[in-house]
Design a protein around this ligand. Sequence first.
Ligand code: GP9
Ligand code: MN
Length: 630
Amino acid sequence: MKKVTWPKHSVLGIAIVATWLTTYIGYISSFNMKIDNMMQEFILFINPLSFLLFIYGIALFIKSTKRRNIYIFSVSLITSIIMFSNAVFYRFFSDFITLPLLFQTNNFGDLSSSVVANIHVWDIFFFSDVIIIALALKFINERESVLSQRSIGRKLYFVVTATILMVNLGLAEAQRPQLLTRSFDRELLVKNIGTYNYHIYDFFIQSKTHAQRALADGSELSEVANYVNANYAEPDPEMFGVAKGRNVIFVSLESLQNFVINNEMNGYEISPFLNELTRDPDTFYFDNFYHQTGLGKTSDSEFIMENSLYGRNGGAVFFTNSGNTFNSMSEKLGDNGYFTSVMHANNRSFWNRDIMYQALGIQKFYDVESYEIGEGQAVNWGMKDIPFLEQSVELMKEMPQPFSTRVITLTNHHPFDLDEEDMIIPQYDSNSKTLNKYFQTVRYMDEAIKIFFDDLKESGIYDNSIIVMYGDHYGISENHNKAMGMYMDKEITPFDDVELQKVPFFIHIPGYGEGKTSNELSGQMDIRPTVLHLLGIDTKEDMQMGADVFSPDHEPFVIFRDGRLVTENNIYAHDVCYDIQTGEVETDEEACEPYIERATTELGYSDLIINGDLLRFSEEDGEESKVEMH
Ligand code: GP9
Ligand code: MN
């Protein structure tokens, strides 16, 4: 066949369009991504473009036609391989490829054995752009351009590329605020910035972690260990082992803040069941207890209670350090004969849980695939708490005992949407829709917990278990301070902002009879030692920074991830030291100083452990664990 003569760079143009469309069609046909609206559909459509324009655009700098053509062809081949590999991987893991996952040997074993089984004949489609480009290269003759135009055209080309990237990121940010800083889900990332950009992003995050790890040699460990030992609080012998041998059911209460407990909204009780629990003789209720999470939200709370270490400052530790060695509570319970799991009806890659749970030694993850979501059983972010908890009890019946599980609720999540039939109390009437709806979803969650307790009793699991419940993080952010001020009938100051970070913490021990409300100043960092001691498991040797709340030596001191802190006498926030009684600026200038220093040291040591992956140096067995999916 004869060659046709087309304008300069037509092959490049064809290549960009062909790869763009192949990628987009690949998205829709291979990945089961939930698209909620036209804007998301549009973002999905344009998201491969910025990367493709950039990477193919490099061809504009290659003078030799032959080399340029080889370059264009190679780019199309590589992008096709990336899409193809992700598609095959997705069939098996319902997830996108991420670097640590490829390097986790046991994952890789699974992968190679199933790779062949997961390749389909029609996967040839992923290479259709390569074929089109090959044909174009064969049959198209490009006209030479006038040299002087070249550099202006090139500049314009890259300006357009950058603009498209900005528009893409802008739209994505509007759909998903803090997408890149929180990096909560690979699916969300791919949906918003595209597979190619996602892989670049993943590469940067992972190599940063890798570099910090490579520089650590374990010598810092003894310094941290000294600090940890000095702060160790001996358990109260009366409490040590009171729940020995029992199952432990943790309930993560989504976005539940403490201000709703034993409180009313326009005359309606907001959490009647939890209120009742605060007066129950089998329950310890801590009303001076803080969440200590950062950007990683729910995942940070999981990380903190598992490890009694802080999350990371600039992102979610679940994403950045999922390759680390940890000495988690789950792993420890596993070593003590417990069957360990997490139950959460969301997709497994959310917060990188599927990978992180392996590092935490959690034996099984009951993710969304373990649940049956019937009609009308989902709202807002997913499965409603009532059916979720009901089915969770069914699954618990099958678990070997003793077991430890973490049940993660979801309905009380921003934007706090609820179906009409689940609205037990009316909305509040402030200028914040978020706060107005919050009371309703809290009320719904309270109902769900009540039913959960009944179901546990009926299943026979209840008597031989303890139930530990905690608010994972705040639900109402500072953006709603005006409405919050109306509800609390005062102006919200940075001092109040700190106090609003209190979340409820319950330890319910059926048959115990000596529970009470405790005012001990404490936080999520304390969950691990407290619960392990109740189960009669020693933590003296553990690299943990929290302390047993029942210990007479427990120090009333809470550090936030962002450096704010609470002591018995003071609150320190945004460079101001407040008197905790009055909320006024503290007159004793030195009052907060030693604590600020302590907080800096403690957060620094926690970061040191995580960034350097220091616990790998203290690990005896070094065995890798494997999390089972549904
Ligand atoms: C998602 C759920 C909520 O699986 O845990 O996460 P959050 O946004 O609260 O961190
Ligand atoms: Mn949460």
